[in-house]
Design a protein around this ligand. Structure first.
Ligand code: CU
Length: 119
């Protein structure tokens, strides 16, 4: 079993959001650097990458767990929740039909934080 990770030290929710098709320029986890954002946010090494994304209303986003332990993406306001996403490549999707700014975290690892801006 993967040991608990360190407290995330790279949270920057004021970062310029990554839009669909843009490269992940400043990844929280370097392995994802320079790849285009196709609507998939990766949960790996106790970070969400990209951490802040901006998408149009109606977009379906995917969270993919490349780590070894279960992660979730759970909205702080309770409006959506992926539920448990299994490690080793498990995925979950959420469709955003309402404009807004949604901060979320991982329920088992609440220091894992991300943000979805829907416009
Ligand atoms: Cu987690």
């Amino acid at each position: 079993m993967e040991a608990p990770g360190p407290i995330q030290s790279k949270i920057d929710l004021s970062a310029i959001p990554v839009k669909l098709g843009q490269n992940i320029a400043t990844p929280q986890t370097p392995v994802y650097g320079g790849i285009p954002f196709d609507g998939t946010t990766f949960a790996y090494e106790y970070n969400f990458t990209p951490q802040v994304v901006q998408v149009p209303v109606g977009t379906t986003l995917t969270w993919k767990n490349d780590g070894a332990v279960i992660h979730t993406a759970t909205a702080a306001d309770g409006s959506w929740d992926t539920g448990d996403i299994s490690g080793g490549g498990g995925t979950a999707t959420v469709t955003f039909d309402t404009a807004g700014t949604f901060t979320y975290n991982c329920t088992p690892h609440p220091w894992m934080i991300g943000r979805v801006i829907v416009q």
